[in-house]
Every structure is written in C-alpha cells, then in structure tokens.
Unconditional design. Structure first.
Ligand code: BG6
Length: 489
C-alpha cells in the first residue's frame, strides 16, 4: 500500500557518488521503495561532477545496495524498479549553466527536493544556481551537517541559503532525530502521564546521555581532525537528545511548537565558565589499544594523521539547565570513538524514597532508573525495586527491569534506518524532525564558549586506550558528585 500522503516528487541528490549517498541515502531510498512508500512517479536525479555513463552509474548503485542492504532485504524486482528511477547528471555545482538540464528535467514537477550531501562550502552556490534557473519556488533544500564549525561560520552558510529559500523550505538534517527510539522519546514523555508528572527536579536527581562508538575515524581523519568530538557529536546529536529529554511539552506536534521548546532548552543551558572547565569537562584522545580483541592504532597513527593533533575523540561533560524544571539536576553527557561497544542510551535517575524503612545496607539500591536504549537493542527499561523471591529472603530488595524491547514487542522485522524516516518526512513536507536555524545557532553558541575556554587554557586531550571507556578523569567527573556512569562503567 502506498503511503497516502506521499505525492510524486523529484529528488536531486547533490554529491551522488559520495560516501553518504552510497552508504546511507541510496539504501534508505531503496528501503522506502521496497516498502512502497515512494510514489511510482518519483524520480531521483543523481548529481556529481564526474562524467559517468548511465550504465556504469547504475551498476555502481547496485553494488552499493548489495553492500549496504541486508541480503534478505534485496529483491530483484525492487532493485530494477529503483534503478529505473535514477538519472545520472554530471554537473559542476558552482556553475549556473551546469544547472540548465535540471530546468528541463523538472519542467512538470511540482515538488523538487534538493539534497545536499556535499561540503557546506557549496550550499550557497547550489542554492544560488537553483534560484538562477527559476527552480527555488518548487524546491525544498536538505542540508547535511556540519553546518559550519562555529556560530559565525554557521551564520554565513545559513544566510547564503536564506537568500534564496525561506526557513519553511529548509530541512537541516540531524540524523539522530530520524532514529525510531529518539522519536519515541516524544511518545514516551508526552503520551504517558506517569512519566511526565515525575519529569522534573522534584523527582529526578540526574540524567546521563551516552553515545559511544566502537569505530575509530574510519578514513575520515582530514574532516574529523578539523572538528573533534564536540563539534562532530555534541553540538548536534547529543544536544538534540538533551533537548528532547528536557523540553517542556509542546502544545501540538507541529514543527514549530516542538522546535520552540527545544530552543528554550538550548537558551537555558548554563555556560561552563573557565573556572569550571577542568571540573565539568574532560577531553580525551584514543591511543593504540584493541577492538573486538584485535589491536588497533591510536588516533595519531591513523591513516593521513598529523602527529601533533590536539583534537579530542572523546568528551564527557556536566551540563546544567537553568530553569524551573531542571534547576539543580546535572546532565552528564559522554561520547567517544573507539569505546568498548556501540551504545547510545539515556538514563534518567529518579530520587530515593523520602523515608527509608528497609535494611540500611540496601539503601544504595533504592532508586528507580529509566533507561532509554537508542541503539543497539532499541527499547525502554524501568528499573524498579521488588522483594526478592523465597522464604529465606525476608524483606530483601532487588532491582529488576520492566522491559520493553521494541523488536520483540512489535515483532518488527527491522527497525528502519534514520535516513528512511527523514527522507520520507521531507517528501511529505514535514519539518518536525529537522533542525531550525536558531537551534543550530544556540547549540553553537554554547559549544563555542567551551572551545574558546579550552583554547585559552591550552587544554590538551587526555589519552585513553582504544577499547576503553575514555580517560579516568571522565569517571572522576561524575564520582565527584557521588555518582557513577550507569552500567559498565
Ligand atoms: C555522524 C558523525 O554525524 O554520526 C560520525 O559525523 C559518527 O562521526 C556518526 O560516527 C554516528 O552515527 P550513528 O548513527 O552510527 O550513531
């Protein structure tokens, strides 16, 4: 069954031979096609500067589908249908004349989606060229991160795009917002009065957000080293998660209602002062170690590395939100490359009961925790206290989970990739899973002051062995508050 709201459109993919397109975007489109969620008349224009014959391009895409789509999901009929939608057009993104073929190709199209899977430096040129060819009115533009490397550069990029497109036609990607469990945060919080009534400083002591990756730099040293983990992961993904956990209930599910609430959280983030930097932040850089039992090189020994780099591959920090709901509740954020496992989770720690009647030695057990597992094994678990089973146990307490594992519970064959959801939402013209300009800017504002502080203090990242949970000082950061990272850890 075709999704009823998906009208036909043409999707122009700028950067169609790049890693993101091959690894994520084409597989996502293929899955949508397979699920019959793309209109039969929807076409994909693949745009890149190389001159490639149509047949050769089609076989390149087929190969990348074989590589990135699970074998059980590959079927010849969908592959053929999907490839038939593709037209490869060589194009110089900075040259207006190069865009002329688009005018003909889009002549009868009402909705055109221009997806920029390119460096942000060319976003402005592409927008200007689309506008010069009279295509701006029918076009929604999709911008990939990173949007700049600080507030100022993000403004330059956003302003260049805004010269030709209104905010209502701009879709800024943060692929974490497309993850099923991340969207579930909205359902969990605002469809369950049980949680929402407890969701504040009266009932919650602290919140942990961990996004750990097992991989290292994966051949992206050049890009990554300019960014570091704060710009690459915190400015966008972790702050978006923090916003979804901390925001007030929106008055409806419209894009602006949700984004208004997220912006309020970003504005309420307390700046971390220079005096607080060494206590509230820890930067790390991985050294040689092991991953899955195999030796792996350190960050400075990766391909194309620069042995002098002071960029961080790990960051832990303690953030505070200055508002009525969250006053006094620290948010501990932690993210790193080359951690022991891939794991993204949010842990909400609830307060102990106000009066204690059980054995004193069990006191440390008694607090409820809500664990929202974003990946892998997507699900939600609420740690509750129960009495241990058995006549010999007396009133001995045990902490056990009330568990909801999404794939078991909903018997879903697969959890869709974030890009499937996001591409579908752009086709439907829904912006609620995309980031508004003021969100990007407020996130940069907060991160910029951290970067400036580290720079002034000459802060260098602390080493940690690949395959560990980061520098020991990241453990000290939370222990200082009488707490520990949940789990491992
Ligand atoms: C990207 C970062 O935005 O997110 C990468 O640039 C990171 O460095 C990736 O590896 C992580 O995404 P996911 O979906 O694998 O958690």
């Amino acid at each position: 069954m075709l999704g009823t709201t998906v009208n036909p459109c043409t999707l122009s993919l700028f950067g169609a031979t790049g890693d993101l397109a091959l690894r994520k975007l084409f597989p996502a489109l293929y899955h949508l096609d397979r699920a019959k969620l793309i209109h039969p008349d929807t076409r994909v224009l693949a745009l890149s500067k190389e001159h490639i014959e149509a047949d050769r391009y089609a076989s390149m895409i087929e190969q990348s589908l074989q590589r990135y789509v699970a074998e059980r999901e590959m079927d010849a009929e969908t592959v053929a249908r999907f490839l038939a939608r593709l037209t490869y057009v060589p194009m110089d993104f900075r040259d207006t004349d190069s865009f002329a073929p688009l005018v003909t190709l889009l002549a009868r199209e009402e909705t055109h989606i221009a997806y920029f899977a390119t460096p942000a430096a060319v976003f402005g040129d592409i927008c200007a060229n689309l506008a010069a060819q009279g295509l701006a009115d029918k076009t929604r533009v999709v911008l990939e991160k990173p949007i700049g490397h600080d507030l100022e550069s993000s403004r330059v990029i956003n302003d260049a795009v805004a010269q030709h497109f209104p905010e209502s036609s701009i879709y800024r990607i943060d692929h974490y917002l497309g993850k099923e469990t991340v969207q579930n945060l909205i359902a969990l919080r605002f469809a369950n009065s049980l949680f929402e009534s407890q969701w504040n400083q009266y009932h919650i002591t602290h919140v942990e957000i961990t996004v750990a990756e097992k991989v290292g730099i994966e051949g992206r040293w050049g890009y990554f080293d300019q960014a570091g983990q704060l710009r690459d992961m915190v400015q966008n993904h972790l702050l978006q998660l923090l916003c979804l956990v901390a925001m007030d209930p929106p008055s409806d599910l419209s894009a602006d209602s949700i984004r208004d609430e997220k912006v309020k959280v970003l504005k309420a983030l307390a700046p971390i002062t220079e005096e607080q930097l060494s206590r509230y932040t820890v930067r790390g850089q991985y050294t040689a170690g092991s991953s899955d039992g195999k030796p792996v090189p350190g960050y400075l020994d990766e391909e194309n590395s620069n042995t002098q780099s002071g960029s961080e591959t790990f960051i832990a920090l303690r953030a505070e939100i200055r508002n009525w709901r969250w006053s006094g509740v620290p948010f501990y954020l932690r993210t790193g490359k080359r951690m022991p496992q891939k794991l993204s989770q949010i842990v909400i720690h609830f307060k102990e009961p106000p009066f204690y009647i059980f054995a004193p030695e069990q006191r440390s057990l008694i607090s409820n925790k809500l664990i929202i597992r974003l990946q892998p094994d997507e699900g939600i678990s609420l740690q509750v206290m129960t009495k241990d089973q058995g006549l010999d146990k007396g009133m001995h307490l045990r902490s056990g989970p009330l568990q909801l594992n999404f794939s078991d519970t909903y018997k879903s064959a697969r959890i869709p990739d974030a890009y499937e959801r996001l591409l579908l939402e752009v086709m439907q013209g829904n912006q609620y899973l995309f980031v508004r300009k003021d969100e990007v800017e407020n996130a940069w504002l907060w991160c910029d002051q951290l970067i400036a502080g580290w720079k002034r203090q000459g802060d260098l990242p602390k080493p940690y062995a690949a395959g560990t949970w980061g520098p020991v000082s990241s453990v000290a950061l939370i222990i200082r508050d009488g707490r520990s990272w949940y789990g491992d850890m």
